[in-house]
Design a protein around this ligand. Structure first.
Ligand SMILES: [Zn+2]
Length: 231
């Protein structure tokens, strides 16, 4: 981690310990690592997936707007996402900082985030990018199986069922989602890369960017993250 990023968590405004932004493609283990690190740093883990579900579930005006995009199979617009995040930041648990998972997703969102942080008297975020190879992601995701009856999910490599390819709960034959086939995974990764490349470039220039090799085991990744933020 570079010098600026190292001191990033302890410098700055007293009511703002720090902001961490987590980036990583599907299969990098981003959600799991984000949750663990947030707990370790004692700051809330803010996932856009959770914020979307909550707003849509409660039928808030922003949730209804977001649903229009989602029903069309489109990405929710920057305006709507920014506003949802802005409202979440007002919650009392956000006083000391937060870890963002799934936001920002575009360069425009990153610029809005920077303004929001400046407004709160916080420094720019420390950005963690979980870098993982296509081969490793395909290995992880192509092992995913789902039970067509109870929807329980398994992974033939990391969470296999007791019997070969049958659900532990009801014995139904496990299935692979079309999304988890190798070709579909490669397409999702390529589109993630195309979308995220400008964001990564932006944060590298901002100077508090930290790349973690996420080809390794979850335990090794967690260890490295904790070491980095301890410094
Ligand atoms: Zn089942």
């Amino acid at each position: 981690m570079d010098q600026k990023a190292e001191s990033g968590m302890s410098r700055g405004n007293s009511n703002c310990t720090g902001t961490v932004v987590f980036l990583g493609p599907p299969g990098a283990g981003k959600g799991t690592q984000a949750r663990l690190l947030a707990r370790y740093l004692q700051i809330p883990h803010i996932s856009t997936g959770d914020i979307f579900r909550e707003n849509v579930g409660r039928g808030t005006p922003l949730g209804l707007l977001a649903k229009v995009f989602m029903d069309r199979g489109e990405l929710v617009s920057d305006d709507v996402v920014n506003e949802m995040v802005r409202q979440r930041f007002r919650d009392p648990d956000c006083g000391k900082g937060f870890l963002l998972d799934g936001y920002p997703r575009t360069r425009a969102q990153a610029e809005t985030l920077k303004e929001m942080l400046q407004h709160r008297g916080c420094e720019s975020p420390v950005v963690v990018n979980l870098g993982v190879s296509y081969t490793e992601v395909v290995k992880r995701l192509s092992g995913r199986r789902i039970c067509p009856i109870c929807q329980r999910t398994y992974n033939l490599v990391s969470q296999p069922p007791r019997n070969d390819s049958a659900c532990d709960d009801d014995g139904a034959s496990l299935e692979q989602r079309p999304d988890d086939r190798e070709e579909a995974i490669r397409e999702r990764l390529a589109s993630y890369d195309a979308q995220t490349a400008p964001l990564i470039e932006y944060y590298k220039k901002e100077g508090r960017f930290y790349e973690v090799n996420a080809d390794r085991s979850p335990e090794q990744i967690t260890d490295e993250l904790m070491r980095v933020f301890d410094r």
